[in-house]
Design a binder for this molecule. Structure first.
Ligand SMILES: [Zn+2]
Length: 311
């Protein structure tokens, strides 16, 4: 059995996955802030999962971790996980020493992509998981394996600049797609809003408030752009949409598909690609990302040297 941990800004979700890919136990815990709090909470979740299935922490085949920030998958080092208050930690090493099990750490979107692949039955030859959360990023699964690129930048479509007159992005470029197609874009596109949530924006637009209608149109068009970029660069069979914005489900899907259908009327080339037919939604609040983390742990890049040294 394997453990998967999805470490998010507010909570850590953990699952035990058996060899058949079934979830045997799951646990949620509020995430602490700062490096040592994150490690402590992650260890607590592992202990609770162990108790649930009657094993010792060290008896698991692997522990896979999905976490936001820059991740070195070979060493398990995590840097710049701003939402977690982490500047630089050797997360893989720390968890491996505490639990006695091999640990593999992966970027959260990539881990969720493996979970999405599992969710669609693991049969798609090519799939992209599009995370519409605070940011915008994609995880790519080709032939059942993650494709990270040579420097781990594959799928960073949120940082494709699309507007030379747009705002400066946190990455230093101007007019990135993420600045107009993500949860964090809502407050910028709709400063009149009572609260900067996608739900509030859609509700206000449904009530016909002109600023909200305009902001929703910009947001939805740019999410459609993100889907078009994915298909025109990778031409994958399936695109699974997840993340906070995906909680809108059918409403968001209808709006985005409306834009894509309009573009199809203008372009027989796009129409032939049938982008709407490739889209699926991941149900919000599921254990998908934690399951994906468990599958990432299966990948074999563990930390045996560290573990041996600790023993
Ligand atoms: Zn950017």
């Amino acid at each position: 059995m394997r453990i998967g941990l999805d470490i998010g800004g507010t909570k850590i979700r953990g699952v035990v996955l058996d060899d058949d890919g079934s979830v045997r136990a799951s646990v949620r815990h509020a995430t602490g802030f700062g490096a040592s709090a994150v490690i402590d909470t992650a260890f607590t979740v592992v202990q609770q999962l162990s108790e649930r299935v009657g094993l010792d922490c060290s008896q698991f085949s692997s522990i896979g971790v999905g976490i936001p920030g820059t991740v070195d998958i070979h060493t398990g080092r995590v840097t710049h996980a701003v939402n977690l208050g982490i500047v630089d930690i050797e997360l893989g090493e720390a968890l491996s020493v505490r639990t006695g099990a091999p640990v593999r750490v992966e970027n959260d979107v990539n881990a969720a992509a493996m979970g999405a692949y599992h969710l669609v039955g693991g049969s798609a030859e090519s799939m992209v998981y599009l995370n519409l959360g605070t940011g915008l990023a994609a995880g790519i699964v080709l032939g059942g394996e993650l494709w990270r690129g040579t420097r781990g930048a594959a799928g960073e479509i949120g940082h494709i600049p699309i507007d030379p007159r747009g705002v400066v992005c946190a990455c230093g470029q101007r007019g990135c797609l993420e600045t107009v197609a993500s949860g964090s874009a809502v407050a910028r596109l709709w400063p009149e809003g009572r609260e900067p949530s996608i739900r509030a924006l859609f509700d206000a637009a449904d009530h016909g408030e002109p600023p909200a209608l305009k902001a929703r149109r910009v947001l939805v068009e740019n999410v459609a752009s993100a889907l078009r970029i994915i298909v025109l660069t990778l031409d994958v069979e399936l695109i699974v949409i997840g993340g906070g914005m995906s909680s809108l489900g059918e409403e968001l899907l209808a709006a985005v598909c409306g834009v894509l259908k309009r573009w199809e009327l203008e372009s027989p080339f796009l129409a032939a690609l049938d982008i709407p037919g490739r889209i699926r939604f991941a149900s919000a609040g599921s254990d998908m990302a934690a399951v994906g983390a468990a599958l990432v742990g299966r990948g074999g890049h563990t930390l045996p040297e560290t573990l041996e040294a600790a023993r």
